[in-house]
Design a protein around this ligand. Structure first.
Ligand SMILES: [Zn+2]
Ligand SMILES: [Zn+2]
Length: 425
């Protein structure tokens, strides 16, 4: 993904008094989660912390959703739009879903902060500790602003974003129903952007991510007698080269696409043996569902043709993981507007996209919404390492502004949804 650190003036966080009052707790929670990372579907301690805070706030919640997931509900109390509310039929209030992921990565942390991971081989190297802490504090702040909320806020604490994906199981468990979810918003702390900026995009924001495995079977033998063998390594080399034409020759040049062979496995027992088989593994990515849908057939056709030409046999396996993250224009414009109001015009980038993937995509496939990046990089604080790096760190000064922004987005999006509902009648 593009590493982009545009020059912006120094960041001076400006948040409401209610957010400022929450900041100490917010940072403490994030550090506690950071010190105790848990992998996907093992977020037992994390989910207990979420439940305790929701209970303390008096927010009703469901626990054990898709394993370790927790779902809380805040019912707003703003007067319904359209005036003379008393004489009108009570209508269904809109519900906005706010999502945070809770899982860490199987990685040994190399930072030496006092709150560095205490669990060998596990680390919050993607910032999900921050996401969970931000959503808990946002819940606290939204309660104080409950008279301004024109609908419900569903707080979704989701397991296993990294692997194997917790969003789909949460949807299957009914997280988009009762009450019915009208829109969804989520953020990702982002060290590809300077602290206190927002990056987003209307339409596709992040790519689909799927995996392919290609097995090429030849006939092994003596390296000095290749004419008596079918060399799977030469076939694999041709397949890898021919696969480059998928993006360059068969995808519309105006579309974004990636086909990467990331693992090659063949032979290995000796320098003078042609092996029986070679295995290739890789990933294919796209912003467009149509480009994504065409991949398996296109890739296998290339593999089949090359293998046939060289006398080898093949097996092809396709594993579909995450669809592209596609933002809704209306909800995205609410987020962009609130971001500009909070952070300033020059701190909001509306053309940021990434070929990385995120399982927020599953919610956004079902309901309109917006996923956005909240810049968390700060070179002066040695916090600009990429995500999934053993030295990944964030500038903690962005946590409180992220809460302020999320709270304002919730209020504003619910206002918009309620007004649209009132207009429809
Ligand atoms: Zn990640
Ligand atoms: Zn992440």
């Amino acid at each position: 993904m593009t590493v982009r650190h545009p020059h912006v003036p120094p960041f001076i966080p400006q948040v409401g008094a209610d957010v400022a009052a929450e900041e100490e707790r917010l940072v403490r929670t994030r550090r506690d989660l950071h010190a105790h990372p848990e992998l996907g579907f093992e977020e037992v301690r994390t989910s207990a912390i979420v439940r305790e805070r929701l209970a303390e706030l008096g927010i009703p919640y469901l626990a054990g959703v898709a394993g370790t997931g927790v779902v809380g509900l805040i019912e707003g109390r703003a007067a319904p739009p359209g005036g003379n509310g008393a004489s009108r039929e009570p209508r269904v209030r809109p519900t906005l879903l706010l999502r945070a992921d809770m899982d860490a990565l199987p990685l040994q942390e190399e930072n030496t902060d006092p709150f560095a991971s205490r669990v060998p081989g596990k680390m919050h190297a993607c910032g999900h500790d921050g996401h969970t802490a931000i959503l808990l504090s946002t819940a606290a702040v939204l309660l104080r602003r409950i008279d301004r909320l024109a609908g419900n806020v569903k707080l979704v604490f989701q397991p296993a974003e990294e692997d194997p994906g917790g969003a789909q199981p949460m949807i299957e468990a009914g997280v988009l129903r009762e009450p019915h979810v009208d829109a969804a918003i989520g953020l990702h702390l982002w060290t590809q952007l300077p602290a206190g900026t927002v990056g987003l995009s209307s339409g596709p924001l992040m790519a689909s991510a799927d995996e392919f495995t290609i097995e090429i079977r030849g006939r092994g033998g003596h390296a000095a007698a290749p004419h008596t063998c079918i060399d799977p390594i030469v076939a694999a080399a041709h397949v890898i080269t021919a696969l480059q034409t998928i993006v360059s020759r068969s995808v519309d040049p105006l579309e974004s696409a990636v086909v990467t062979v990331a693992r090659v496995e063949a032979g290995g027992s000796a320098y003078n043996i042609i092996p029986e088989k070679a295995t290739l593994r890789g990933t294919a990515r796209a912003f467009s569902p149509a480009v994504r849908a065409a991949y398996p057939e296109r890739i296998e056709r290339v593999v089949r043709g090359v293998c046939q030409a060289l006398g080898a046999e093949h097996a092809f396996e396709w594993k579909a993981y995450y669809p592209p993250v596609i933002n809704d224009p209306a909800i995205t414009s609410v987020v962009a507007r609130e971001s500009r109001r909070l952070l300033g015009e020059d701190r909001v980038f509306e053309d940021i996209r990434s070929m990385g993937a995120e399982d927020m995509a599953f919610y956004l496939r079902e309901v309109p919404g917006c996923f956005f990046f909240f810049g968390a990089a700060n070179f002066a604080k040695d916090a600009a390492y990429p995500h999934h790096n053993p030295r990944f760190r964030i500038d903690e000064d962005v946590l409180a502004p992220a809460v302020e922004l999320l709270a304002r987005c919730a209020e504003s999006a619910l206002g918009m949804l309620a007004a649209a509902g009132a207009e429809r009648g």
